[in-house]
Design a protein around this ligand. Structure first.
Ligand code: ZN
Length: 177
């Protein structure tokens, strides 16, 4: 097989699979825990205040330490997703070391930007309501899952739990026409 074959088409897939096998990072599907619905309800309540209906709470030891909702319009900042707003609020109040080991609850599966930020911050567990596939039926989404990003990150393990209160999160979006 010459180099061109490896770079194109199926060879790329095989190379990518080999890479992901070598990677130590992984996305662990973690079960729904007793408090997950309670904290997700708080994230959904945050979403109701957003410019777009996305909300986040960051929890450590059963305590909500930061909240955020999409503020892209009011802040004139397209990066002001609920997760980013909550992370920045957390950093302002508690600093970066305290973020490590936290759980982030978000009403929508994190996008590539937010999932990247979550990983760089050392957040340990992400619980989301609506999946990117579900959200894509209502609003534009980058079609890369949180699981794919975690699997492509060799230096971090992150627990992912999806689907908690997904119907509640989806009702915040107008029904498709
Ligand atoms: Zn995002």
């Amino acid at each position: 097989m010459d180099r061109r074959t490896v770079i194109g088409g199926a060879g790329m897939l095989i190379a990518a699979q080999a890479l992901s096998l070598k990677a130590e990072g992984r996305a662990v599907s973690s079960p729904v825990l007793p408090d997950d619905q309670r904290f997700m309800q708080l994230a959904v309540d945050q979403a109701k205040k957003g410019d777009y209906p996305f909300g986040t709470v960051i929890v450590q030891g059963g305590v909500v330490l930061a909240t955020g909702f999409n503020s892209a319009r009011r802040n004139a900042d397209p990066t002001a997703h609920g997760e980013m707003v909550a992370i920045r609020a957390f950093l302002d109040a508690h600093g970066p070391d305290a973020l490590k080991g936290t759980t982030l609850y978000t009403s929508g599966e994190p996008c590539v930007m937010c999932m990247g930020a979550i990983i760089w911050c050392g957040i340990k567990r992400v619980v989301y309501a609506a999946s990117i596939a579900e959200l894509a039926t209502r609003i534009g989404q980058i079609d890369i899952t949180a699981q794919q990003i975690a699997a492509a990150t060799p230096f971090a393990d992150i627990d992912l739990t999806g689907g908690v209160l997904a119907p509640e999160a989806m009702t915040l979006f107008p029904a498709p026409k």
